[in-house]
Structure formats: C-alpha cells, structure tokens
Design a binder for this molecule. Structure first.
Ligand code: TMP
Length: 209
C-alpha cells in the first residue's frame, strides 16, 4: 500500500505555523490529495491531556526530564493510535511539530543533548518526516504576536533565541529533509514560497494519485 508523504511544520513560538498549515492543507486538497493534519503534543485524547500539563503555567515544578518524557509519551500515543494508520490511508499527513521540536527545545535550548537524541531515536517508532518546513522568524517580532503566553512561551528571550539558532543548525545538518523558509515576509509571499516548495517536492517525487 502507498505510504503518505509525511510533512512536518516547525518554528519558534508565534512563527505562523497554523496559517501555513491551513494554507498547505487547502492547497493540497484543491489538487485532489487526501490530507490529514495532526498537532504535537496532542491530536489524541491522552495527548491533549498531556499537552495541558506541559503548557500550564502553574506547573512550575515540572522537571526537565519529566517534560522530555511527557513529549515522548504524547508522540508515541499519536503514532500508535493515529499517525501510523493515517500514513497508510492518506496522500499527505501534516504534523504541526514533531521530533525536531524535541531536538531543538529539549536537546539544544534546554541543553539535555544526548539523552534527547537517544530518546527521540527510540520513541519516533521508526517514523521520520519526508519533508520538514521550518518557519524562520525574528524572535522579538514572533513573541509580540502572542497575547497570553503559556509555560514555554513565557521563558526568557535568550531561550527563544537559542530555539531559532537550534532550528537553523538542524536545517544545516539535514539539508535534504529540512527546508528553512523566511517567514518574515507578508503572508501572501510566504504562501507562494510554501506553494513552490511543495510543488517542487511533488514534481521531484512524482507523486501521482
Ligand atoms: P504549539 O504547538 O502550540 O507551538 O505548542 C507546543 C509547545 O510545546 C511549544 O512551546 C513547543 C513545545 N514543544 C517542545 O518543547 N518539545 C516538543 O517535542 C514539542 C512537540 C513541542
């Protein structure tokens, strides 16, 4: 059975992932592809409960390792409950964040390094995105767009600068899979870039449905 193209969208807080994902899914559906969208952490009942714990600002004592394990738990739940099935049923599966978020947030910005690399390898359960779009934006502009900040968004600006740096490093490390897109442009110009990236990808991989 044909497997879906698995696309993940990544970026720092307020980088515009939601608008890009709704544009991308509309664009692909108009072309006649079957598209399924998930978000991480979340998209399952258990994953959404884990998300609430992770983002709740009142959870000030949540330890870094617990945080890492909760992200892993939400991810394995999504893969085992929904994502694996979706990959065999749809043409495109789009996920708002996936393991690159863990590599950048917990691995690079929180400096947990090796333990993160190992756990990501173990708990992605063999699922690796075909294409990862990283929306690259200026930190202060992005943070200004967020009105009510959650536990992670409220971290100091230096943390968010490390995130941007981490994504750029990751994009340099995996240039085939990860595409860095300048998301400082106006929305229409950004959508044109996304359209051209995905069109090239479809052409290159000769996906026909
Ligand atoms: P968002 O998807 O609405 O941006 O919220 C998810 C938050 O969780 C965001 O701050 C990024 C963070 N996150 C991690 O720190 N590690 C991860 O592995 C994932 C998936 C998200």
């Amino acid at each position: 059975m044909a497997r879906a193209i698995f696309v993940t969208v990544e970026g720092i807080e307020g980088s515009g992932k939601s608008s890009v994902i709704s544009f991308l899914s509309r664009f692909l559906r108009k072309k006649g592809f079957k598209v399924k969208v998930f978000r991480e952490p979340g998209s399952t009942k258990i994953g959404e409960k884990i998300r609430d714990i992770l983002l709740d600002r009142r959870n000030k004592t949540l330890s870094p390792h617990t945080e890492l394990l909760l992200y892993m738990a939400a991810r394995t739940q999504l893969i085992e409950e929904k994502l694996s099935k979706a990959l065999s049923k749809y043409d495109f599966v789009i996920c708002d964040r996936f393991f690159d978020s863990t590599l950048v947030y917990q691995g690079y910005a929180m400096k947990m390094g090796e333990i993160v690399d190992k756990s990501v390898k173990l708990f992605n359960l063999g699922v690796v995105p075909d294409l990862t779009i990283v929306l690259d934006t200026e930190v202060t502009n992005s943070l200004e767009r967020i009105k009510i900040k959650d536990r992670i968004e409220s971290r100091p600006v230096v943390f968010h600068r490390r995130l941007r740096d981490g994504y750029r490093k990751l994009a340099r490390k995996y240039p085939q899979r990860i595409k860095l897109i300048d998301a400082e442009k106006n929305l229409n110009a950004l959508f044109r870039d996304i359209e051209s990236l995905i069109t090239k990808y479809i052409w290159k991989t000769r996906i026909k449905r």
